[in-house]
Design a protein around this ligand. Structure first.
Ligand code: SAM
Length: 248
């Protein structure tokens, strides 16, 4: 049963791994991982030792070929990332694509994902969400991505690095205005877990209230555009046109 298993690992608390994942990790012939040191440590915590294959964003094509060769002789391989679900803002998609294209089986083992955990505790009432992941680091590109998201009537989920959290929050405020709710889900499942919700107008102040908030891992969720906001825009433009005509 040659298969590539996509195995979710914890995003903080090492107990957040499924029984099935632990069992499978005892059976596989090798574990492909983003960082061999990190994964060796994780496996040791569960009393496991497995041959590791380094699979990071710079060698995914090469590693995909090696994994395919091993699967073709009947091996079972697990793919993990440093934390959470592989291939979600993490390496893995190129390998999965190549393995599937080679006609081999890929099977996911569900588990922790920072985005879904944050969404589930956000209290934002919306059936729809849009996963953005990391914004571009260049301000111009970031702002044009945000402009493109401004009218989407779904909760918007972002990943952000702590050293950029204040700057990105200011950009979110600029792009989406004062009123929308924002949820900061910080250090989920870890000792200093913190989940805070407030209007975007108050977000930067909250972040700056405590210097610890410039550290740690964040998921940021912004309430979607209200369903009638496009209608409001159309109305605003109509009024503006009347005023401009009056002025000319
Ligand atoms: N594939 C992973 C997943 O789906 O959970 C995400 C990997 S991505 C490289 C890492 C980002 O996920 C962090 O920068 C942060 O935005 C978010 N993240 C990971 N662990 C987190 C945690 N415990 N609490 C809050 N955010 C977390």
């Amino acid at each position: 049963n040659a298969t590539l298993y996509i195995v979710a690992t914890p995003i903080g608390n090492s107990a957040d791994i499924s029984l099935r994942a632990l069992h499978l990790l005892t059976l596989v012939d090798a574990v492909a991982c983003e960082d061999t040191r990190n994964t060796a440590q994780l496996l040791t915590r569960y009393g496991l030792h497995k041959p590791l294959i380094a699979a990071h964003q710079h060698n995914e094509h090469e590693v995909a070929a090696k994994i395919i060769t091993r699967l073709q002789v009947g091996e079972r391989i697990a793919l993990v990332s440093d934390a959470g679900t592989p291939a979600v803002s993490d390496p893995g998609a190129i390998i999965v694509d190549a393995v599937r294209a080679a006609g081999l089986r890929v099977s996911p083992l569900p588990g922790a994902s920072a985005a879904i955990s944050a969404l589930s505790a956000s209290g934002l009432i919306n059936d729809q969400f849009y996963f953005v992941g990391f914004l571009p680091s260049k301000a111009g590109q970031r702002d044009s991505v945000l402009q493109g998201l401004a009218h989407i009537p779904a909760s918007l989920i972002f990943y952000e690095a702590p050293h950029r959290i204040i700057e990105s929050t200011q950009a979110l405020h600029q792009a989406f205005g004062d009123a929308r709710q924002v949820v900061f889900a910080r250090e989920l499942s870890k000792l200093f877990e913190e989940i805070h919700r407030c209007p975007l107008a108050q977000a930067a102040t909250w972040l700056q209230q405590d210097s610890h908030r410039e550290k740690g891992e964040y998921v940021v969720i912004v309430e979607g555009a209200s369903k009638d906001s496009d209608q409001n825009d159309i109305e605003a433009r109509r009024v503006l046109n009347i005023l401009l005509t009056e002025l000319s």
